[in-house]
Design a protein around this ligand. Structure first.
Ligand code: GUN
Ligand code: ZN
Length: 432
């Protein structure tokens, strides 16, 4: 048994549903009790201390906030090395930077090196679970899962399907994409804490036959995930309309191939029509809101209020390498500004809900991670308010929890993630 004492926050509901006060639990002096890697209990220290054995060791964190690990619902590990590439919007950015970078992942050893670096980066930023793109190469996913398994992480990944409108060196075929994905599902899906996502890159790089085969694969393995991109950029959307003239809209291309499900996660959704919002809701599909990426590529301003009104599951995604940071805190900062530009407010409680339980729910993992309910996997972080003098100074002026959370999101980054715990164990960098 392991016991942690300090300030604790976790969510039990979406603040948009029954109001902010009903959405979270907060203990100014709390205890988190972990047994065999799972949460045994959380509550007020004053109430729980008496129940502990007399000689129990307690790890006490001062001027810090313990919360569940962040969930990144959309990220590309192979793009780690081309983060911050200058000057393009989506389609030319893919051609000029992304595709040449992804070519290198035909080499599994190279993939393992990048996966190791990527996972160190996200853990240092406080992210403990992510839905991750590989490349077209089957080896890229073997590499990723091998490293994630060694680290005992809960991760979802998939091999990219792309059989048209991309460089020859990065294309599969409808059949080879199906076969490779199936082999990876058999090998990795539900192994330890790893799960598989069927990963059509986006409609323009997938033939109808390939999309249909992805749908067929989902029908064969109904509990795997679907991850892809949707309505990110206006030129992209126009291209999809040209390529699929019979579809009603962008989402309809995926719908026609039976790719909408409660385990389907669509990245971006920046320019959605009413019909698409409705269809996402009907099928219980989720959206990955990728603030830093949407600003970096000049894609647009995500309409979080529409998502709330349609009761669509939303998580936050860093979308590295189009996103410019692995930090979910920094993505909350960007999300806040996006909502400002829309004339809306992103409440700090809602923001931290999205980063934790909201992300877990978007990934249909809310029964495993996302908060400190009894039996959940104890992946959590310790955020240190005093890690930088600017935040320390500002936090000391705060009069409410809401204000503290807002300051944390506006001023916070990797420096403030003091600890990352995986299944109740303090994660130690393999390169420390
Ligand atoms: N659409 C298709 N591929 C990609 C990608 O790698 N990144 C982003 N942001 N959008 C895409
Ligand atoms: Zn992406």
């Amino acid at each position: 048994m392991k016991v942690f004492r300090g300030e604790i926050l976790h969510f039990i509901e979406d603040p948009a549903k029954f109001g902010i006060e009903q959405s979270y639990q907060y203990f100014a002096d709390g205890l988190l009790i972990v047994e065999k890697g799972l949460v045994k209990e959380v509550g007020q220290a004053s109430e729980l201390l008496a129940s502990l054995p007399e000689n129990q060791t307690i790890t006490h964190y001062q001027h810090s906030l313990m919360m569940p690990g962040f969930v990144d619902t959309h990220v590309h590990y192979p793009q780690t090395e081309m983060i911050a590439s200058y000057g393009e919007q989506l389609l030319t950015w893919l051609e000029n930077y992304t595709y040449p970078t992804e070519k290198q992942f035909s080499d599994e050893e190279y993939g393992k090196k990048v996966a190791e670096f990527f996972l160190e980066q996200i853990l240092a930023a406080g992210t403990t679970t992510a839905l991750v793109f590989g490349t077209v190469h089957k080896q890229s996913v073997d590499a990723f899962f091998t490293v994630a398994q060694q680290k005992k992480l809960r991760m979802i990944c998939g091999k990219v399907l792309m059989d048209q409108n991309a460089p020859e060196f990065l294309q599969d075929t409808a059949q080879s994409g199906y076969d490779d994905s199936k082999a990876l599902i058999e090998k990795w899906h539900n192994k330890d804490r790893l799960q598989y996502a069927i990963t059509p890159r986006f409609a323009p790089t997938c033939s109808q036959v390939q999309l249909n085969k992805a749908g067929q694969l989902l029908a064969e393995y109904p509990d795997v995930y679907i991850q892809t991109h949707l309505c990110e950029n206006k030129n992209e959307i126009a291209w999809v309309q040209e390529l699929f003239p019979d579809s009603k809209n962008y989402l309809d291309v995926y719908d026609n191939a039976n790719l909408l499900s409660k385990r389907s996660v669509f990245a971006h959704g920046v320019h959605l029509h009413d019909e698409e919002w409705q269809r996402l809701a009907e099928t219980d599909s989720a959206i990955a809101f990728c603030p830093a990426s949407n600003l970096f590529l000049g894609s647009g301003l995500f309409d979080l209020k529409q998502a709330e009104q349609h009761q669509i599951k939303v998580g936050l995604g860093t979308d590295v390498g189009a996103g410019t940071t692995f930090s979910i805190l920094k993505n909350i900062n960007e999300a806040y500004k996006i909502q400002q530009l829309r004339g809306e407010k992103l409440d700090p409680f809602k923001a931290f809900y999205l980063a934790t339980l909201g992300g877990a729910t978007a990934l249909d993992l809310h029964h495993k991670i996302g908060n400190f309910s009894q039996g959940k996997e104890a992946d959590f972080i310790v955020v240190d308010y005093y890690a930088t003098s600017l935040m320390k100074n500002r936090i000391e002026q705060c009069k409410s929890l809401s204000e503290k959370l807002f300051v944390l999101a506006m001023l916070g980054d990797e420096r403030h993630i003091a600890q990352t715990y995986i299944l109740g164990e303090r994660y130690r960098s393999s390169r420390a």
